[in-house]
Ligand binder design. Sequence first.
Ligand code: MN
Length: 258
Amino acid sequence: MRVVRFSTGDAPAYAALDDDSTRLVALKGDPLFQAAEPSGEIFELDEVRLLSPVIPRSKVVAVAKNYHDHAAEMGGEVPATPNIFFKPNTSVIGPDDPIVLPPWTNEVHYEAELAVVIKTLCKDVKAADAASVIFGYTVANDVSARDAQRNDGQWARAKGFDTSCPLGPWITVDPALDPHHLEVTTTVNGEVVQSGNTRDMVRGVPELIEYISAAFTLLPGDVILTGTPAGVGEIVDGDRVECTIEKIGTLGNHVVRR
Ligand code: MN
């Protein structure tokens, strides 16, 4: 099953979408916070606007350099312990929302990443228990201003500016989905620029949840970005960037400089 957040012009609402279906079964309320109960309304996928499937109440926690080939292209190695950072919930946008390049950067990159959506308030989760706190998976683009990332010391601005966290197009809820065997692909203007597989993550999802939850209480709707494979590169005004994760979906956004 997939969970979408959508709008038909009114307030955002949630719906469930069976695999291989385009029929949205609208839900009462937010399925992260209450039992999924149909509202009685049915929509077709192409007649609604999809929104970011989740706006985290508290945080997006992201992991840097979790693939050897990406660490190498950034001129380093995978750190001895995971290097983690935050993206604020104000950086989150949905499918087809514009990535707006800030005036203070001239070097913005895409980074396709598997995103984990947390379902349960939790702390000090052992890796063996991680599955019990996962709601599902979505696609993220960890949009990064490389010049600010190099120059600022902290990454808050470089990786936390408004529109720097596209998420979507939905949350895939499937306890049988193995998050460690999924192709990760990015295209810019239709050309494949990034191609990897989550099997090459240095630290897998359970290990990351154990490490992160040892530091922070995680809340329902918090999101963990698991790092990007090699092939990162620049996006500029007018580009269309699409990040695809096998068995989950494709997250597309256009890029504008205002
Ligand atoms: Mn990243």
